[in-house]
Design a protein around this ligand. Structure first.
Ligand SMILES: [Zn+2]
Length: 246
């Protein structure tokens, strides 16, 4: 799936369209803009980990190979600025993550596939966040049998559901990124979940704010139109901003 680098104008369009979208749809809008040759159905069928591997690659192309995050230490409440490399994260991605998983636990023979965007979007309107993970799992079960006979998936004991969930995480590790953090001030260690879509989207929002203020400054100073200002290279845009003392 070849990805193309979005122009400033294209990224602004995705952002504007994404204002009214839920995060899972925003993720698809971003991928659709970067992969114009892929069908929306193919993109929606990518496992969440495969989706996020592509989003991280796309993000690296736009904002660079390192990502910076701020976390507050739960031990000493110091503010920590952390940098992570995109390549380090995507190296955990499994190319076969979209394929079926078969496992036998406690007498149950289960076949399922890792969740994809279609599943997540389908559940976005469902009430009760606490129920969403098990509903998501239900959607991904392809067959549940006990001694050769089909079993209603709602009858699965909770320890079996837990084991299945664990296998899905192992099969598609990028779908659940846990950053290992050690505080340099108090040496406390903990794991923090990293949500690729919300992180990338907040970076896009910050970028939009900067670029639209640049457009405002240059349009006010020179009378140029938005399209022409966006078409300038970042270097030349900065040159003119410096000239008008912005
Ligand atoms: Zn600390």
């Amino acid at each position: 799936m070849a990805m193309h680098a979005l122009s400033a104008g294209e990224l602004l369009e995705v952002w504007e369209g994404g204002l009214t979208q839920v995060p899972a749809v925003r993720a698809l809008s971003l991928l659709a803009a970067a992969c114009p040759e892929a069908s929306l159905d193919d993109l929606a069928a990518l496992s969440i980990g495969q989706r996020d591997a592509r989003l991280l690659e796309m993000r690296a192309g736009l904002f660079g190979p390192e990502l910076a995050a701020v976390v507050i230490c739960p031990g000493c409440h110091e503010r920590l600025e952390l940098t992570f490399s995109t390549a380090e994260m995507t190296s955990r991605s499994r190319p076969e993550a979209g394929t079926e998983i078969s496992l036998s636990i406690a007498g149950f023979d289960i076949t399922l596939r890792p969740p994809n965007s279609q599943d997540v979007i389908g559940l976005a309107g469902e009430a009760g966040q606490a129920e969403a993970p098990s509903l998501l799992l239900q959607q991904c079960l392809l067959s549940v049998e006990r001694e050769g006979a089909s079993v209603d998936s709602a009858q699965l004991p909770s320890e079996v559901v837990e084991a299945v969930t664990q296998r899905v995480v192992e099969a598609d590790p990028l779908a659940d990124i846990q950053m290992a953090i050690i505080c340099p001030f108090c040496a406390r260690g903990w794991h923090a979940a990293f949500d690729v879509v919300s992180f990338f989207w907040s970076e896009i929002e910050a970028w939009v704010w900067r670029i639209l203020s640049d457009v405002h400054t240059l349009a006010s100073a020179y009378g140029w139109c938005e399209r022409d200002i966006l078409a300038l290279s970042p270097t030349r845009r900065q040159f003119y901003l410096d000239m008008v003392g912005a």
